[in-house]
Structures are given as structure tokens and as C-alpha cells.
Design a protein around this ligand. Structure first.
Ligand SMILES: Cc1cc2nc3c(=O)[nH]c(=O)nc-3n(C[C@H](O)[C@H](O)[C@H](O)COP(=O)(O)OP(=O)(O)OC[C@H]3O[C@@H](n4cnc5c(N)ncnc54)[C@H](O)[C@@H]3O)c2cc1C
Length: 382
């Protein structure tokens, strides 16, 4: 890390310890959205890290953002994911948006507090977004948008939504475009927060678009381009989710290590039993491996190197590690780990969904295998 990145890490860790951790358990218990934390995250620049300085953002890179991700998620992944999703929604505008769109949508999010959402999934369409049913029909100078998106993080709080819709469901991915849809437009509404197993501080809702007239100038990516750009954004953000999962795993490992040194069974701290040491050692090596793979995928993204395979590898590895490490942390705590008296059960619940959103563990393996098979064909004989 450069000295700037080390300072960013210290600042992020301080924010996690002083602002996120003190309220994490309460928001998890009540399933409430931590608006006050979000506003402070805005003041720190954590909501717009990738936005260039010219538009009032931080002008940071993907690896920098990954450093923030690990630290904030070590405080609470539910709170971090609410911070993160704005970046997922605005990254395509940074990269593909017109000057006019950047002025209208990036600048306001940097100058005053606001949130954005990424609307790809639907109730019947998750891993296979090319089969989406939400439609956008060009009518003169606006697109008429109809459909309901599901599982939308920040759905109830977003100032605007980045919405993927199809001009014709028969065309599959070739019919998909993306539109920037301000939440105040007539016909936009959202459902009640979904009651979730984990990451309960994040706000997840359905978002409905009923005959919404979206001005033509809000088109971010035209027919066919929308799908490619949705996928390109995920190559950038998957290393961040991977590093968020590393943060969750790290917290579980630290707690389990402290507990194992204090808990006495058979007259000695359980940390002195080799079986417990092996669990702790596996946690440490797997976390380190996941972090380094995610750093590589982020580093590639910063250099404009195609990283779909590495981003999928990092996301698959880190989220599996988070699930395993948090489960083993509960094991090390024994019965205490299975109660709400200690935070490890929350970490285990929070880890689970990292294997589901931003592409499931299975879909990550499909992406890895697809690219491997292409690469093997290209290997020249020795
Ligand atoms: C808390 C939360 C927040 C979310 N936030 C957002 C958001 O902000 N924006 C957004 O657009 N979406 C969001 N999502 C949706 C998320 O991306 C989807 O849930 C995810 O892509 C999986 O889709 P699905 O739930 O429809 O599962 P399905 O696609 O129905 O998958 C069910 C199971 O089948 C497996 N499967 C599916 N296809 C294959 C295949 N070809 N080969 C092998 N296995 C397969 C999956 O891996 C999974 O195990 C969120 C979800 C949750 C739970």
C-alpha cells in the first residue's frame, strides 16, 4: 500500500470503530436503516469514492475502494453494503455517462447527501437477468418504463435508480438498455423493507415502475449495450464485495481468537487445544488468500485489464471463506456462539448473503469456467 492507502485504511477503520460498530447491533436487531451513519459516510466521501474530483468526488481507484470495503464491512456488512450500492449504481455513469448526466446525477450526490440504487433483479429473474420482464418503450422524447424490480438495496432511500429494462423480452440480452430514473418521477414507488436473515441494517425493497415517463436524455446505455455495461460494472464491484466479505471474516477471526485465549476447558484455554488452533490457522490463511486475490482483481480493474475471471474468483473465494470462517467462529464460541449475547452469530448471518447477491457462488463458477475453457483453447503448443 502507498502511504495514502495506509492513511485511507486508518481513516476507514476509525470510521468503522467510532461510527458503525456502536450502532450495528441495534440496527441489526430492529432491522432499521442507519440514515445517520449514511450521512456521516457522505461527509467522509465514502459514498462517492470513485467519482472524479472534477465532479466533487474523491477520485479514488478500485483498490482504494476495496481497502475502504474491508474496514467498513469489518464494522457491519449490512451498513457497508448500503454505502457500497451507491457506487455500484453510479460507476456506470462515471464510465459511460454523458457530460450532461454526470453534471445532473454525479455532482449532486457529491455536494449533498443522497443515495442511488442498482435495479437489475426481478422476482422471477435473478441469475438470468437477460430474461428480464421490465420494459422500456421509446415514445417521442421519453421512454415509457413498466415493471417491478426486486431485492433493491437502498430501494426506499434512493434519489435515483439505475434501471435495466428491455425493449423486447424476445431479444434477451440484445434488447436490454439502462436508464437513470429519478425516484420523484410519477409512477415510481417502492415496497416495504424486506425482513431478512442478515445484513438487516440494509434497506432492501421492491421498486415498481408504472407507466413512468423517463426523459430520453436519461438513457445511459442503448439497446444491447445495457447488458454489457451492467456486467462491466459487476467486474469492478465484485472485488469490493469480496473485500467486504474479507472484513466480515476478519472480525469473526479476531473475536474467535480472543475468546479462545480466555475460555478455559479441561484446565487450559481452548486456544491451547490443537483442534482449535487448526481452525484459527485455517481462518488466517484463507482470509489472507482471499484478500490477495481480491487485491489482484481490483488492481487489474485500476489498470484497465479485463478481470471478469479474477473478479468472479475473488468474489467466490472470499464469500465462501466468510461463510466458513464465521461458521467456525460460532463453533469456537460453543453454545455462547449460538446466542445473541455475542456478535459472531450476526457475522454468520451477514456472511450468508454475500454468496447470493452480486451473482451467486454458482454463477461465479460459471463465469470462471467459461473463461477457462476459452483460454485453454488459446494455449499455443510448446
Ligand atoms: C439482501 C439482498 C440484496 C440484493 N440487492 C440487489 C440490488 O441492489 N440490485 C439488484 O439488482 N439485485 C439485488 N439482489 C438480488 C441478487 O442479485 C439475486 O438474489 C441473485 O442474483 C440471485 O438471484 P435469485 O435470488 O433470483 O436466485 P436464482 O437465480 O433463482 O438462483 C437460485 C439458485 O439456483 C442457482 N442457479 C441459478 N442458475 C444456475 C445455473 N445456471 N447453474 C447453476 N446454478 C444456478 C443459484 O446459484 C442459486 O443457488 C439482492 C439480493 C439480496 C438477497
Amino acid at each position: 500500500m502507498t502511504s495514502e492507502q495506509q492513511e485511507l485504511q486508518r481513516r476507514s477503520r476509525r470510521f468503522a470503530n467510532e461510527v458503525i460498530l456502536p450502532v450495528a447491533a441495534k440496527h441489526d436487531r430492529d432491522g432499521t436503516f442507519p440514515l445517520e451513519v449514511m450521512e456521516k459516510a457522505h461527509q467522509e466521501g465514502f459514498l462517492t469514492p470513485l467519482v472524479p474530483k472534477a465532479y466533487g468526488g474523491q477520485g479514488l481507484g478500485v483498490l482504494d475502494n476495496g481497502i475502504i470495503a474491508e474496514e467498513l464491512a469489518a464494522g457491519c456488512m449490512g451498513i457497508y453494503v448500503s454505502i457500497f450500492v451507491s457506487t455500484l449504481a453510479i460507476y456506470p455513469i462515471i464510465t459511460f455517462g454523458t457530460e450532461n448526466q454526470k453534471e445532473r446525477f454525479l455532482k449532486p450526490l457529491c455536494s449533498k447527501f443522497g443515495l442511488a440504487s442498482y435495479c437489475l433483479s426481478e422476482l422471477t429473474v435473478g441469475s438470468d437477468p437477460a430474461s428480464m420482464k421490465t420494459t422500456a418503450t421509446l415514445q417521442g422524447d421519453y421512454y415509457l418504463l413498466n415493471g417491478t424490480k426486486m431485492w433493491i438495496t437502498n430501494g426506499g432511500y434512493a434519489d435515483f435508480y439505475l434501471v435495466f429494462a428491455t425493449t423486447d423480452p424476445q431479444k434477451k440480452h440484445k434488447g436490454i438498455l439502462s436508464l437513470i430514473v429519478p425516484s420523484h418521477l410519477e409512477g415510481v414507488s417502492h415496497g416495504e423493507p424486506i425482513d431478512k436473515m442478515g445484513q438487516r441494517a440494509s434497506n432492501t425493497t421492491a421498486v415498481k415502475f408504472d407507466q413512468v415517463k423517463v426523459p430520453k436524455e436519461n438513457l445511459l446505455a442503448g439497446e444491447g449495450e445495457g447488458f454489457k455495461k451492467a456486467m462491466a460494472a459487476l467486474d469492478i464491484t465484485r472485488p469490493m464485495i469480496a473485500l467486504g466479505a474479507v472484513g466480515v471474516a476478519r472480525s469473526a477471526m479476531e473475536l474467535a481468537t480472543q475468546y479462545a485465549k480466555k475460555r478455559i476447558q479441561f484446565g487450559i484455554p481452548i486456544a491451547q487445544h490443537q483442534a482449535i488452533q487448526f481452525l484459527l490457522a485455517d481462518m488466517a490463511k484463507d482470509i489472507e488468500a482471499a484478500r490477495l486475490l481480491a487485491y489482484k482483481a481490483a488492481w487489474q480493474a485500476d489498470r484497465g485489464v479485463k478481470n471478469s475471471k479474477e473478479a468472479a474468483m475473488a468474489k467466490a473465494l472470499a464469500t465462501d471463506v466468510a461463510m466458513r470462517v464465521t461458521t467456525d467462529a460460532v463453533q469456537i464460541y460453543g453454545g455462547m456462539g449460538y446466542t445473541k449475547w455475542h456478535p459472531v452469530e450476526k457475522l454468520m448471518r451477514d456472511a450468508k448473503v454475500t454468496q447470493i447477491y452480486e451473482g451467486t457462488a454458482q454463477v461465479m463458477r460459471l463465469i470462471i469456467a467459461r473463461q477457462m475453457l476459452q483460454e485453454v483453447e488459446r494455449v499455443a503448443p510448446l
